[in-house]
Design a protein around this ligand. Structure first.
Ligand SMILES: *[C@@H]1O[C@H](CO)[C@@H](O)[C@H](O)[C@H]1NC(C)=O
Ligand SMILES: *[C@@H]1O[C@H](CO)[C@@H](O)[C@H](O)[C@H]1NC(C)=O
Ligand SMILES: *[C@@H]1O[C@H](CO)[C@@H](O)[C@H](O)[C@H]1NC(C)=O
Length: 506
């Protein structure tokens, strides 16, 4: 790596933590051709948080394979009402043919439960797989060519909203003359580019693809299609080159059972958009210990798992972020433990079942998990990042005394504006969604920057039997009996009156 690049990276490190991972982690890999040939396959076994979450419903070992290049053939569908930054609400049904042609059906809704369809887009084009991504390890890069985009309006309100955004004529259509339920052409290879731009339309998500196959021990197989992430800033959206993923679509033939939404989305067409059934509201109760369902890939070369504990009575939380070099989370680089307080605010104005939060951090501890991260942290100046020259692999350091660590982008105090919601999974276990981090690596440190979309959900370790949705009584035991609040957090609650906070970079 040239020194110019190194200094560029180090400058990045001062601002954001994800970049720290680039330096500490993939330093030797980022600019090299991937070691494997284009055709490769990764095999690994993943039991969600096996070592951190020993509860029966998570104990099934799932073997995950991911081929490069992936096999896209088939139809892939949403498993729930999806929320994109904005917020935008949609369901998707994408079909890829073996001759590389695809047809992507997107249904947009006016509200966050996908009960009230606004319009549907039918997108036709061709996709070409290029090479294994050098940046997002485990993904394949692709380019695409659009041949046609059609639109069907489902409501008068949607028509008015689109008419105010779109140019007066797109291809040959005039929005005002459109009839609800009838398909119109919005774009073809000769015309309509301005219309797509005015809608903020982009299928840049097709630029990054990964297919994971989960082989369950009882014999079932689930296939998931990960496509590139959507930029959280609307203005950046059409130019964005994804390095992370959206929530995956599942293969219509190999999905998790039961999935009533999958069936509805699969049977839909642009003229018959799926109307999702109303699901019971799940009270937002954070009590307990929540973990990632899988190794999570984030924009800008970040592979991690999260592990959160909340104590609502004390308004205390602890988050453990385990960082890795690779997309299977097998090579740890560092672990970060953050603790602090939180306060729940109002329900979100557009996401009826989501709630606003404010998070404060009182303490941050970091453990270097490999030699190169330890060396990097060891090179910081005294008083800047924990005890200087005392970084060792596997030994935790408290960053509170140095008010954070500029090299890791951690500055105390700090406050963050958050968005949380809860849903139930197919087994009626609660899922916790926390706000999506801004794609540019900045922090939601102002109310205006509060997220409008979500990260992949976390699952409750004790299976949800104790969640208030099922039992109000038992949830108290989780908080108190099972040691979910550790002593350090308690000590902080007692002594930590001056609330310093930290910028959680996730
Ligand atoms: C992955 O596992 C499958 C099934 O066990 C096996 O057939 C395949 O050869 C493995 N692939 C690699 C690259 O190890
Ligand atoms: C950090 O620096 C100290 C003192 O120079 C040294 O003893 C130690 O081995 C270093 N640790 C690493 C991981 O390089
Ligand atoms: C949780 O608490 C129950 C009841 O006190 C106890 O039997 C169980 O071992 C605890 N589990 C853990 C992981 O501490």
């Amino acid at each position: 790596m040239s020194s110019e690049r190194l200094s560029h990276l180090l400058r990045g490190v001062l601002v954001l933590l994800p970049a720290a991972v680039i330096v500490a982690g993939t330093r030797n890999k980022l600019w090299e051709v991937p070691t494997g040939r284009f055709t490769s396959s990764s095999n690994h076994t993943w039991s969600p948080q096996g070592e951190h979450c020993q509860y029966h419903h998570l104990q099934e070992k799932v073997k995950i394979t991911a081929d490069i290049p992936p096999k896209l053939d088939g139809t892939w569908v949403s498993t729930r009402c999806e929320v994109r930054p904005g917020p935008e609400f949609l369901t998707r049904s994408y079909t890829f043919h073996s001759n590389r042609h695809f047809q992507a059906l997107q249904h947009y809704y006016t509200e966050s439960s996908c009960e009230d369809p606004a319009y549907s887009l039918i997108i036709r084009g061709k996709i070409r797989l290029l090479q294994a991504s050098w940046i997002t390890l485990g993904a394949t890069e692709a380019d695409h060519h659009l041949s046609r985009v059609g639109i069907v309006l489902h409501s008068v309100a949607a028509k008015q909203r689109l008419a105010s955004r779109l140019p007066s004529a797109c291809v040959s259509l005039s929005i005002n003359e459109m009839v609800l339920g009838k398909p119109y052409e919005l774009y073809n290879t000769r015309a309509g580019r301005a219309c797509l731009a005015a809608m903020g339309f982009s299928v840049a998500e097709m630029g990054l693809v990964r297919v994971e196959k989960q082989h369950h021990s009882h014999g079932g197989e689930v296939q998931e299609l990960f496509l590139g992430d959507i930029h959280t800033d609307w203005a950046q959206r059409t130019q964005h080159r994804p390095t992370g993923y959206q929530q995956p679509l599942q293969n219509a033939m190999h999905h998790i059972h039961p999935c009533p939404v999958c069936a509805l989305v699969y049977r839909s067409s642009e003229q018959r958009p799926p109307v999702l059934p109303r699901t019971p509201a799940v009270p937002l109760s954070l009590a307990g210990h929540w973990v990632s369902q899988r190794c999570e890939t984030r924009p800008n070369v970040l592979f991690l798992t999260r592990d959160f504990t909340f104590n609502p009575k004390q308004h205390a939380w602890e988050g453990i972020y385990r960082h890795y070099l690779d997309s299977t989370c097998s090579q740890p680089t560092f672990t970060l433990r953050a603790m602090g307080h939180y306060a729940q605010g109002n329900p979100h104005s557009k996401l009826s079942r989501a709630s606003e939060f404010v998070f404060k951090v009182t303490q941050v501890k970091v453990t270097a998990m490999d030699e190169s991260t330890a060396k990097l942290l060891n090179s910081t100046r005294p008083g800047k990042c924990g005890r200087a020259r005392d970084w060792r692999v596997g030994v935790e350091q408290d960053l509170t005394l140095t008010n954070g660590c500029p090299m890791l982008g951690i500055k105390l105090p700090h406050k963050e504006y958050e968005l949380f919601k809860m849903e139930l999974d197919h087994k009626k276990h609660p899922l916790l969604f926390t706000g999506e981090r801004p794609t540019d690596g900045s922090s939601p440190d102002r109310p205006l920057r509060r997220p409008t979309s979500f990260q992949p959900p976390m699952v409750l370790c004790n299976g949800g039997e104790t969640h208030p949705y099922f039992s109000t009584l038992k949830s108290k035991q989780v908080q108190l009996a099972n040691g979910t609040v550790n002593l350090e957090t308690l000590a902080l609650l007692v002594f930590g009156s001056a609330l310093c906070s930290w910028l959680s970079v996730y």
